[in-house]
Design a protein. Structure first.
Lengths: 344, 344
């Protein structure tokens, strides 16, 4: 792993542990979501090939009697998060959270002034700090900002940060930097009885703290990297505590593995934006029956950011080549989306 | 771990890696499940304290305006499997599967004749084989019977076994040895918009092969021990393969950990029958708000089996003491259930 590309991957991914009777229906559609026509449903999309491919796929798999019909139970769609559902520049938002948390905790840690990556972060040189601190530095950053709390305590800290922190370029809350066209896509799929999961390199509990509010995706549908978790008795009460280390990295081959473990089925649709999604996309694409696989391509330097092969964060090279070879859908952010973020 | 008690725990548990290491609604009730009255719903239960406690709890948490009302999204119930939803004597059914599989595969493994636990199993001395083979023997048994297959291949093997193997005492298929009163309880909870999960020491894929048919519990709601899983390219196609080793043991403290990781919430109801469920039960019991925690107590030597403190399989001691201390519900199989298994 090249630490010069510190922001290529989300925090957990950087650590790189390896990447390795009656019938219940599994609907998690919106309670009263009446199927809407695609034209009103995907309002922020231009009339472009990517949008037409989405609508064509959804209509084929949901039309009874169609050769490609898929029963609701098997309608599973997975989405990467950073760079796919919300922005990830100039650094993954979870890294911004960790940086802010170091600043907040610094008064109780005078020793950080002399120790990377904390020293650099406190001087404002995040990139340099991550490079100089190396792998061990990243592990320490995660332990100091994500560990030794109960999941409930961690959730409170993340929620507090999300409600106050602002993105340096837009001066908006991070929660406002979700992609409006993708929100509409989530709704459109759910209205057609798809189960929607997030499958991201981010920490699972970090994402669960806001995924339901932002995307309507409940905690059980958030799959991410996993911190150590242990059961302790605290005052006689069994208590789960997040340890400082990452036990499972949900990136690369980790994504199909985590999907199989959690869902027990291969999704029929997958959306990503970087090489960390490559294995997930090609695994989904190679399943039997109708499949839909798409990459969000960041081509919009004006409204968002433009990056792919040389990106520090969200590097997209092998998966883009494969998309072209395999005929996957590529969503061109500049040309395909009428708006990027929800209106202010 | 005492290997003399080879059948105390299910296979995976024996290996003992340590045991840790727009709004979507999450309904998985039956599509058109109209709430039924408890009297028709729990027909195989006698009018006993355990049944009344169940009905009282469900009515309190589902009656709007009640002080104990719980919104449907938080209505999560977890069930152990072996000894809680189906029988587990004279040995856990997954062990019976492994034994049958050894016999089936033996012709291609002449070396097994001289090597425990295979040699003993092939001579019909399962208990002795497990004791003499020790920990390493159990690991080899699992690798030989559960590993180096895709999840789909393993599912086929398990389904084939379930459709043919018969229980030695009852001469019925294992799938017929589910507890009728518990099937009714699953239905009753789902009819009241509970999400029902299985949380068992058994191998997740082993249980997924039949949990939906037997209990109406879909694959994503089956939480169990986890085999290694790796992603390989086979003929250019990304393929998940189960390795021979167990990576996560879903027993003891592993159960609350797996629940938190998979569901991201603490259930409000939990059902178990052995000390392997103790941590799950006490963790569920100690959450805020209304809680329901119950033990199935095997007291019926005539219709089923009678065992607790000295059992080889399904040992129940510490959790029974705690149940008495803490006022958990104890389901007395002999007195509380009108029938045990579904009628032949």
């Amino acid at each position: 792993m090249q630490l010069g590309r510190f922001a290529t991957l989300s925090l957990a991914v950087l650590i790189g542990c390896g990447g390795a009777g009656a019938r219940e229906t599994m609907r998690d559609t919106k309670p009263a979501a009446a199927p809407r026509s695609a034209s009103s449903a995907l309002a922020s999309w231009n009339d472009v090939p990517s949008r037409r491919a989405i609508v064509d796929f959804v209509e084929r798999v949901t039309t009874e009697g169609s050769r490609d019909y898929v029963a609701p139970d098997a309608r599973i769609a997975v989405f990467d998060n950073d760079g796919t559902l919300w922005a990830e520049q100039p650094m993954p938002f979870e890294l911004a959270f960790a940086v802010d948390r170091v600043r907040e905790l610094a008064p109780s840690h005078p020793e950080w002034r002399a120790r990377e990556p904390f020293a650099g972060i406190l001087r404002g040189d995040v990139a340099g700090a991550m490079e100089r601190g190396g792998r061990r530095g990243i592990a320490e950053l995660i332990a100091a900002t994500h560990g030794e709390m109960t999941p409930e305590e961690f959730e409170r800290v993340v929620r507090e940060w999300m409600s106050t922190a602002r993105h340096p370029r837009y001066d908006r809350r991070y929660s406002e930097l979700v992609y409006q066209p993708m929100l509409e896509l989530l709704d459109y799929l759910r209205a057609h009885e798809f189960r929607v999961y997030i499958v991201s390199g981010g920490d699972t509990d970090f994402m669960r703290a806001w995924a339901e509010d932002l995307y309507g995706v409940p905690p059980a549908h958030v799959i991410g990297s996993q911190a150590q978790l242990r059961l302790e008795r605290r005052g006689g009460v069994p208590t789960l505590v997040r340890g400082g280390e990452i036990e499972f990295v949900d990136d690369g081959p980790g994504k199909p593995i985590a999907i199989e473990r959690t869902i027990g089925a291969r999704p029929i649709a997958a959306f990503g934006n970087s090489d960390g999604d490559h294995e997930m996309l090609s695994w989904v694409a190679s399943g039997p029956g109708p499949r839909f696989v798409a990459l969000v391509h960041h081509t919009d330097a004006e409204r968002e950011f433009a990056y792919d092969r040389d990106a520090r964060s969200g590097r997209l090279a092998a998966a883009l080549d494969d998309a072209q070879r395999s005929g996957w859908t590529v969503i061109d952010m500049r040309d395909d989306w009428r708006v990027v973020y929800p209106p202010e």
